[in-house]
Design a protein around this ligand. Structure first.
Ligand SMILES: *Cc1c(COP(=O)(O)O)cnc(C)c1O
Length: 406
């Protein structure tokens, strides 16, 4: 080994890493379920050498799967050419990614780059304050991040209440309910923030006219429409943005993306159109890492591979067939399979989702349970119908083995 290669100390077994984890890590996530050491395509391996089909993608992040060669080469070549410059300076990678992303949102969009979904939402939150109005309408069940600002927009009282007071003044209305939204929006409202599908709340899909209705209501009262596509964007639902199926539809004032954009390399983006694109001026916001050229190259690689390999169409058709196969199981513990593309929620009759998720891991499938009665499936966009089929075959046994909670 040369002096320019770094190796970890003896990795050892999963058990030994988990003991060290408990001693060294602040306990925000609870005990980890596995220690992963390697990934390739749709598979990951744990420290004991067991292989898993990754149907969660690092939480809707790894659209191209693990260790995608185009992402790896884009990152490596940028990193070995120019790794970072600060935002006193520009790089071609950053500008090209900005141009590609703005094309998804609509005419005249501009970008602020950040390092995560939360930070993209923080930038957006600051844009809304520059309207001269302060009120924000969010939705029941919404998830927008965990910083003090993003948390103020997140509904779950368990996340929010221990940290109050949070930035105001935020009102939560029922998700999917246009009448409730119309009743809440008036001339005091700076912005309405919505997810096109609520991911963390258990993959809740509103009616088709929800986002267009929200566009009309906000326009009528001069409020900004802010769509949080952090989980749903960049191909996850079979479109670049879930709120613009087929690349058409309404133009929002603000759109935030992150998870799927860097295929695991941290990057987020706040996209703004019209007057919202000019509300932040020099000095109003900033970031050290946001727009970093390595992250930008990761993003460009993701967009290029999705386009080159026709993954949007693949996700639409394969996702629909996958959902139908899960429904066709007709298992008595499944009440509904909802979602779009490769973002699905399997709704169960009772609170056995965490148990099913643990049994799935034992059986070699990574999934999760965003709610006690919902399983979430967010496989890499490259997953084949055949690979998804192995999970369809395994699910009835997992549901039976978990049984009804006592
Ligand atoms: C994950 C998520 C966020 C937060 O993104 P981070 O990258 O974890 O900061 C915000 N909004 C939605 C809809 C998300 O799913």
């Amino acid at each position: 080994m040369s002096e320019n290669e770094l190796e970890l100390h003896d990795v050892g077994s999963q058990a030994s890493v988990l003991t060290r984890y408990t001693d060294a890590m602040i306990n925000t996530f609870g005990p980890p379920k596995r220690v992963f050491v390697r990934g390739e395509g749709v598979h990951v391996w744990d420290a004991d050498g067991r292989k898993y089909l990754d149907l969660l993608s690092g939480l809707a992040v790894l659209g191209l799967g693990h260790a995608h060669p185009l992402v790896t080469s884009a990152i490596m070549s940028q990193l070995s050419t120019l790794g970072h410059v600060s935002n006193f300076f520009a790089t071609p990678a950053q500008v090209e990614l900005a141009e590609r992303l703005t094309g998804f949102v609509g005419e005249g969009a501009k970008v602020f780059f950040a390092n995560s979904g939360t930070e993209a939402n923080e930038a957006a939150f600051k844009i809304t304050r520059r309207t001269g109005r302060r009120r924000i309408i969010s939705t029941v069940g919404a998830f927008h991040g965990r910083s003090m600002g993003a948390l103020a927009l997140t509904h779950n009282p368990k996340y929010r209440e221990p940290f109050e007071p949070l930035p105001g003044d935020v009102t939560f209305v029922e998700y999917g309910d246009l009448d409730a939204l119309a009743a809440a929006v008036d001339e005091s409202v700076a912005a309405v923030i919505l997810e096109p599908i609520q991911g963390e709340n258990g993959v809740i899909v509103p009616a088709d006219d929800y986002v267009t209705g929200a566009r009309e209501i906000t326009r009528e009262h001069g409020a900004l429409l802010w769509i949080d596509e952090v989980q749903t964007g960049i191909g996850r639902t079979g479109d670049w943005l879930a709120h613009r199926p087929g690349g058409e539809g309404i133009v929002a004032d603000i759109v935030t993306v992150a998870k799927g954009l860097g295929n695991g390399f941290p990057i987020g983006a706040c996209l703004a159109t019209g007057r919202a694109a000019d509300l932040l001026q020099p000095g109003a916001h900033g970031t050290t890492f946001g727009g970093n050229p390595v992250a930008a190259m990761a993003g460009l690689a993701v967009l290029s591979a999705i386009e080159r390999d026709g993954l949007l169409a693949h996700v639409r058709t394969t996702g629909e067939a996958f959902a139908q196969q899960l429904r066709d199981l007709g298992h008595p513990a499944i009440t509904e399979v909802r979602g779009r593309g490769f973002l699905l929620g399997v709704v169960l009759t009772d609170a056995r989702a965490a148990a099913v998720s643990d049994l799935a891991l034992d059986a070699g499938f990574v999934i999760n349970a965003p709610r006690p009665d919902v399983l979430r499936l967010a496989p890499p966009l490259i997953t084949t119908a055949e690979q998804l089929g192995t999970f369809v075959s395994a699910l009835p046994g997992l549901l039976d083995a978990a049984g009804e909670p006592s």
